[in-house]
Design a protein around this ligand. Structure first.
Ligand code: NCD
Length: 321
């Protein structure tokens, strides 16, 4: 694996190998001294042209705990705000001898484009509404820790699917691992062409959240639910009449929480719109794994950097623990 641009870049075995490394990295997180020498002498640049809290900081901590030299560049404050092209910015940074480039950009396809220009290993940390592979890996890793295996398990993904790269990467990752997936959204936030994609990829779609949570759909009751943020910053018009109406139809409210078995994990990639797509009762419930997703994210991102920059995923895996 030279880059991680899409979940499609990984075989099922490679995903499981990454998870094994992530489990070792998780152990490192529990130590007093959290440093491993694996990436000593390597340089990783995080280039974030969109806002981020957890993805950017976890990539930064991941690189540092692996002893890489890490620098952060954001759109604001870099020469892109003076009109420099993405290509010139990336080539400039890579001329300094960068080994890994973690990039988040509002344009779908940006990470793939960047990977054509540079020798560094490129990690897609979210490209527009297209993909966010490390988020899908950390979601699946978290769920696998709760459910044992994802094979045959039913995961319901609910929310603003049209604008969600998390959904697009998750459908690929979860189905690769054998999960049965139902995606739920209001008609205005269901991506166009989803009927063709869902038929080809083998996942279900629904407009009726209550029916899915009650288990009345094809896959029965969900073993996990994943709530997605309403991405207002990507909306150019009105996709639903009011916030209240969205919550009534598609929010994980206190009443809907009561439909779930108490051990069913509730995921959200964050940041959460409390009171809109998820009620505080659900976000803070004992079965919420939102903060666990964050710590798993660090372990998974350490594993990704480790495999890209220190080892080959098909073997050669050093002793990371
Ligand atoms: C997601 C993203 O940026 O795509 N967040 C994240 O990476 N934690 C989802 C979102 O912004 O809603």
């Amino acid at each position: 694996m030279k880059h991680l641009l899409s979940i499609d870049d990984l075989s099922t075995d490679e995903v499981q190998q990454l998870f094994e490394t992530a489990a070792d990295m998780h152990d490192v997180q529990r130590r007093d001294v959290k440093k491993l020498p694996a990436l000593r002498g390597r340089t990783v640049v995080n280039m974030f042209f969109e806002d981020s809290t957890r993805t950017r900081s976890s990539f930064e901590i991941a690189g540092k705990w692996l002893s890489a030299d890490v620098i952060n560049i954001s759109g604001k404050g870099s020469s892109t705000s003076k009109g420099e092209s993405l290509r010139d910015t990336v080539l400039t940074v890579c001329a300094m001898g960068v080994d890994g480039l973690v990039i988040r950009h509002p344009a779908s396809g940006a990470a793939h484009q960047v990977s054509q220009w540079v020798d560094a290993a490129v990690v897609n940390a979210g490209d527009g509404t297209h993909e966010h592979p490390t988020q899908a890996l950390l979601d699946a890793y978290t769920l696998q820790r709760h459910l044992g295996s994802l094979d045959g398990r039913h995961v319901a993904i609910i929310g603003d699917l049209t604008h969600s790269r998390v959904f697009r990467s998750n459908v690929q990752c979860l189905t690769k691992l054998g999960a049965r997936v139902t995606v739920v959204a209001p008609p205005t936030l269901m991506p166009s062409g989803i009927a063709t994609w869902s038929a080809a990829a083998g996942f279900e779609t629904s407009y009726d959240l209550d029916e899915v949570l009650r288990g009345a759909g094809v896959h029965g009751r969900p073993d996990a639910v994943m709530m997605l943020r309403v991405q207002r910053e990507r909306m150019s018009g009105a996709f639903f009449p009011s916030a209240r109406e969205y919550t009534v139809g598609y929010g994980l409210t206190r009443d809907r929480l009561a439909l779930l078995d108490p051990e069913v994990p509730i995921c959200h990639p964050g940041p959460m719109n409390r009171g809109l797509e998820i009620a505080a009762d659900a976000a803070d419930a004992a079965q919420s794994v939102v903060l666990e997703q964050v710590s798993s994210g660090l372990a998974v991102r350490m594993a990704v950097l480790y495999h890209l920059l220190a080892g080959d995923l098909q073997g050669q895996q050093g002793d990371v623990a």
